[in-house]
Design a protein around this ligand. Sequence first.
Ligand code: ATP
Ligand code: MG
Length: 572
Amino acid sequence: MTNTNPESQAAATPSNFLHDQIAEDVRTKKYGDAQIQTRFPPEPNGYLHIGHAKAICIDFGLADEFGGKTNLRFDDTNPGKEEQEYVDSIQADVRWLGFEWDRLCYASDYFGQLYEWAVQLIKAGKAYVDDLSADEIRQHRGTLTEPGQDSPYRTRSIEENLDLFTRMKAGEFPDGSRVLRAKIDMTSPNINMRDPVMYRILHATHQRTGDEWCIYPMYDYAHGQSDSLERVTHSMCTLEFTDHQPLYRWFIEQLGIFPTQQFEFDRLNLTYTLLSKRKLLQLVQEKRVNGWDDPRMPTLSGIRRRGFTPEALRAFVAASGVSRTNGSTDIEMLEHYQRDDLNRRARRAMAVLRPLKLVIDNYPEGPNQDQVEFFEVANNPEDASAGTRQVPFSRELFIEQDDFRETPPPKYHRLSPGKEVRLRNAYFVTAQRVAKDAAGNIVEVHCTYDPATRGGDAPDGRKVKSTIHWVSAAHAIGAEIRLYDRLFTKADPYDLEEGQDVLDNLNPNSIEIVTGAKLEPSLASAKLGEHLQFERVGYFCLDTDSTPAHLVFNRTLPLKDSWAKIEKKAGA
Ligand code: ATP
Ligand code: MG
């Protein structure tokens, strides 16, 4: 064990109630000399999303801090909804986020033990087989203000219960015909304690146990005992499980097994974002997006493909804190942490998304108008160790269409006839005239350059109001660029008119595909997973669809940071 002194911990992370609780339990040696044990328990019924990242950071982060261990446990009690694809993606995502589990566990590993414990509870008169239908069970359950009613089968003898449960397991009964229930209290003010179902009959092939079982434990019966079996000391989960805690404790007390303690924290909710596997699955199944890793998806695989980094995500989760009430976090805050991280690490390059030809009329022509010079440019002004590169410059360049106006509006400081601007890292140029096609569209801008401004400064101290980026036309490489906007149009996607579904709030313009972009040649060697800043345009990364013959880049984020503004407004 390392670094288990609670005093030294306090400085390491911002204090929160979970952290303080563990520090206290370490100090009082609540678990003797046993180490802190946590777990992250996803159900493999979808891909992990940004909300799960918070749970992962809490489960793994706190255990790490106190020298403890974390298991990755798949809560695989729902055959039919769960798939190996999800099991694999969840493992990859946890590792991507930067964590490594101690043991890889499955609730299905415990099916045998859970069954034995169910038999033990029946023998103790604490569980019974109920023949009521699911509907009838619901009707008997009562409401928040009315107590429930006992099932007529509640008083079955232990022998009859044992016989029926054994036959349930043996496959003698059809799905839905019987369940095993805990015998607790149908009048409990906590509905979870009103004889909850422990087992249901389901003739389904399980992805791991095959056809061995035709009865499966309910999550509420499996979860607490799985924690206990793994000797989880601190079982952390989201607030919706608070009312289930007394039930988990009840099972553990009846069985006399290791007393895991549960602690609840707030779910992460993000504006303009849906964090629900069920809804995300619907987006995938209805092909509203291109799969779980569509760069617009809030899944970890989606944001990874989009160019988000685990470092930024962890910093964001830490900064957004842990609380005991659910709230909503501005997506701009996540984007702020991501920009901050990318600003430090992204290699800079020049790329023109919507090209307009710029011809420098007084640039010396080689024998074939093909004179080229090279500018040595820093790969990352924030990081000298990133080195420099040679960027070719020639008589014909591409600039952004947006960086030229034949008739400039007020305060437009970029290129327009008679106006001088700086070509980034290169020369000052002054626009002279335009060339148009038959339809009157501008096809070329002609300009002159001042050779004395090489490198980007005028020896006479003359200033320009604007610097624009460019690429040499003869050297440019083509690419497809994918620009993303929010997936939902409303800050709260569940802000609905009557009769609407949350998917009605999908943003119809969440992706824009720009073909025919012109990139500086160094970008031909961009690698998957590499982070780039296209100067003045945003942060980018190569997409998994990219091939050497057809480059595809995703915009991770535009450069502008609106979070600082939001924070300032909130403070004012
Ligand atoms: P979803 O509602 O998206 O299906 P879930 O809670 O059903 O999520 P699980 O696979 O059961 O998904 O989640 C594993 C763990 O992640 C649980 O401990 C759960 O509390 C936690 N978790 C899920 N969503 C969030 C969230 N938005 N913020 C924080 N923790 C979350
Ligand atoms: Mg769940």
